[in-house]
Design a protein around this ligand. Structure first.
Ligand code: NAP
Length: 248
């Protein structure tokens, strides 16, 4: 009997959960628990960390999990690394559902950097309007360059003070090309900092930056251990042995 654990928190994971429920596969959807009001799921959910590798391994054993699907965000590296180790330890098959990164297109002005520290270093010293399109848990290093006028966008209002002054927009995507053009123009943005998340939900800002000829400091994805990896929900369902139900 299949009993899948979906490590979620992304729109791809939500699509997968809907298809898994439709296919009648026994599965549990796990949230990291950072977002206050996660989207409802057609599957039983659990939320919050497992307690590292050992916590996840215990959970897999206790819940009789037969398959783990890592459908977390490409930058949720700690969870993904823990999943590889815990699945190896418990001999549980693991698959990662991970969308392809964005590829540079003609007209893009990307400065590609390896991590957050390199992104801070790539920003000029001269004060500028900067759209920091990254999660609030990653913004602290930009406090090193407080001369810039930062615009931040979060799903939830931040709790407590930010490490530097910034305009905060509270809004949940996806955002359209027009939304992003309006944001970039109205804030007179000169630099965009983004992570190469891939997918359609977050790419409008990249398209809008290209249209306006703005530079994007693009942070590359973290390196992860080797694992079985696919890009589509259909491939995950096939792996779970329920491919025929897709689109039925
Ligand atoms: P992370 O740094 O890789 O994870 C930190 C810790 O949070 C993990 O070690 C784990 O705690 C817990 N955790 C993360 N995802 C979990 C899940 N799906 N179920 C249970 N515990 C989870 O991850 P993150 O970058 O903070 O992201 C947290 C969540 O937000 C992820 O589920 C991710 O898919 C979602 N998300 C992230 C981003 C992003 O930009 N990183 C964007 C959109 C959505 P324990 O070690 O205690 O098990």
């Amino acid at each position: 009997m299949t009993r899948a654990l979906i490590l979620g928190g992304t729109s791809d994971a939500n699509t997968l959960a809907a298809e898994i429920a439709r296919a009648g596969v026994d599965a549990i959807y796990s949230y990291g628990g950072r977002t206050r009001a996660p989207a409802g799921q057609p599957l039983p959910i659990r939320a919050g960390g497992f307690g590292g590798v050992s916590g996840l391994a215990n959970y897999i054993r206790q819940e009789g999990i037969t398959h783990v699907v890592d459908a977390t965000h490409p930058f949720a590296a700690e969870m993904s690394r823990n999943a590889v180790t815990a699945c190896t330890e418990t001999e549980t098959p693991l698959i990662a559902l991970e969308r392809a990164p964005w590829a540079k297109a003609p007209g893009d002005h990307w400065i590609e950097v390896a991590d957050l520290a390199a992104a801070v270093a790539a920003l000029p010293e001269t004060p500028a309007h900067v759209f920091l399109a990254i999660g609030r848990q990653h913004i602290a290093p930009f406090g090193e360059k407080p001369q810039h006028a930062y615009t931040l966008r979060f799903v939830d209002p931040p709790e407590g003070a930010l490490p530097f002054e910034a305009e905060i927009i509270v809004s949940r995507g996806p955002f359209t090309f027009e939304d992003e053009l309006e944001l970039l123009r109205s804030r007179r943005i000169a630099w965009i900092i983004a992570r190469n998340s891939g997918g359609d939900g977050a790419r409008a800002k990249i398209d809008a930056a290209r249209a306006l000829g703005l530079p994007v400091i693009m942070i590359a994805r973290p390196q992860l251990p080797e694992r079985l990896q696919v890009e589509s929900v259909a491939e995950v369902l096939a792996w779970l042995g329920h491919g025929a139900c897709l689109g039925a």
